[in-house]
Design a protein around this ligand. Structure first.
Ligand code: UDX
Length: 437
């Protein structure tokens, strides 16, 4: 099939490359010339495991191209909208300007039988607004919604072999025909039995924010339990293991620590609350305010813990931070809990040095006043406390005996409950963590 993908960020670039891998002819379109040039040269403008190899393979097959020229979509019949919907400045609501502008630039290219497929995470009601524009343009095209659930770090796998497909369409002949076209796009995964749910536009839009709200709630639930553990001397990791064995609860997304960040969970729960308010059902989501507060409190608690291990004050103390990305295997620093803690400590008078295997360049742009270095050894040199804030595998593999040689004081604070306290204590370290004695 001939496909266009509007937006070549974390979602769109991966989607475009994966669609080409499936045998489709794909053009990726974005307004950022620099990113398009990099993608066309086979270099993703962000870190995503497996993507560079996939991109090269797809480009050399001749089935994948990238351009800033929106009219290139005219050759395609299926058009995916994959642009970002960030949080608006000074508001909880989502900024829909990129989605509106992408659809606006696509309209002149649409022809009868074309299908516009929305993948961006949007407030419910957006698809209906965009559908109206597609219909008003008298193009003969139809818009459907097909939310994306990919996780950064696993984006290629999640796109090629997703847990499920959700389609949302209008209950009309055109809506049904458009869903059948999407079946052809995803024929490979569907043939292996991937579940598919056909729904209306509103449900399909809600599914995504409901899923992310559930995940955020699960993380904040266990982090709230961590607060209880801190007050009682209990261990939140044992608590999570114990309740996680109940199949109804499950152990996934019960890792207590510094909480969630990134470009999705924080802004999605806020945009969801804002939309619920507009719809007159704000009460239904007031619990998400608490989910957000529990999450933000973890960052404050981490700074307090740093103060505690430094003997009551961090003013003038040397602190090393391992991790800047919002999670491992990503260079994404959007709403990164690690950087938020690092910046707070610096504002409160500590000498903070941050390191990260992939995210330093991005972090420097956003936080130019923080000190960044490559490599753990340089980061921890002379440190009076080391804070593990993003659980990169290389940090989990650190040898505590060896690391001790470089620090001023062997004090480690595990912000992700990812290290083995027995091993670190046996190597002479003072080990502290969130929610653990
Ligand atoms: C999320 C959803 O998982 C994905 O389905 C959706 O499409 C986009 O948003 P992502 O933002 O890539 O994906 O990250 P995810 O793996 O969900 O982690 C989000 C944050 O939660 C990270 O900061 C992570 O460190 C944190 N987290 C995750 C926890 O603190 N504890 C956990 O148990 C799991």
């Amino acid at each position: 099939m001939r496909i266009s993908v509007f937006g070549c960020g974390y979602l769109g670039a991966v989607h475009a490359a994966c669609m080409a891998k499936l045998g489709h002819e794909v053009v990726g379109i974005d307004v950022l010339e620099e990113h398009i040039a990099m993608l066309e040269a086979g270099r993703p403008p962000f870190h995503e495991p497996g993507l560079p190899e996939l991109l090269k393979e797809a480009l050399s097959s001749g089935r994948l191209h990238f351009t800033t020229d929106a009219s290139a979509a005219a050759d395609a019949t299926v058009h995916f909208i994959c642009v970002g919907t960030p949080q608006k400045k000074h508001e909880n609501a989502a900024d829909l300007s990129y989605v509106r502008s992408a659809v606006g630039s696509l309209l002149p290219s649409l022809k009868p039988g074309d299908v516009v497929v929305g993948k961006s995470t949007v407030p419910v009601g957006t698809a209906e607004e965009l559908q109206e524009r597609v219909h008003e343009a008298q193009s003969g095209a139809e818009l459907i919604w097909n939310p994306e659930f990919l996780r950064e770090g696993f984006a290629v796998k999640d796109t090629l072999t997703p847990d499920r497909f959700v389609y949302g369409a209008e209950p009309t002949e055109q809506g049904r025909a458009a869903m059948a076209v999407l079946d052809e796009v995803y024929a490979k995964a569907l043939s292996t039995g991937t579940p598919k749910i056909e729904a209306d536009l509103a449900t399909a839009q809600l599914v995504k924010v409901a899923a992310n709200s559930f995940l955020a709630t699960k993380i904040s639930f266990i982090n709230a339990m961590a607060e209880l553990c801190e007050a009682t001397g209990a261990d939140v990791t044992l608590l999570a293991d114990s309740i996680g064995h109940d199949a109804r609860i499950g152990r996934k997304f019960l890792n207590a620590g510094l909480g969630f960040g990134g470009g999705c969970l924080p802004k999605d729960i806020r945009a969801f609350m804002a939309r619920a308010g507009e719809l007159g059902v704000a009460d239904a989501l007031t619990f998400l305010r608490e989910v957000d507060s529990v999450n933000m409190r973890r960052r404050v608690r981490m700074v307090d813990l740093a103060r505690e291990v430094c003997g009551g004050s961090i003013v003038g103390r040397t602190i090393a931070v391992l991790g800047a990305a919002f999670k491992p295997d990503s260079d994404d620093i959007r709403d990164s809990p690690a950087l938020s803690v690092a910046a707070q400590m610096q504002l409160q008078g500590a000498h903070v040095t941050v390191t990260d295997p992939k995210a330093i360049d991005n972090a420097k742009k956003k936080w130019p006043d923080l000190v960044f270095v490559d490599g753990v050894e340089d980061a921890v040199a002379g440190a009076e406390a080391v804070l593990l804030l993003t659980e990169w595998p290389e940090y989990l593999a650190l040898d505590p005996e060896e690391l001790r040689q470089h620090v001023a004081a062997p004090v480690i604070v595990d912000g992700r409950n990812a290290l083995d306290p027995v091993v670190w204590r046996a190597a002479g370290w003072t080990y502290r963590a969130l929610g653990r004695p």
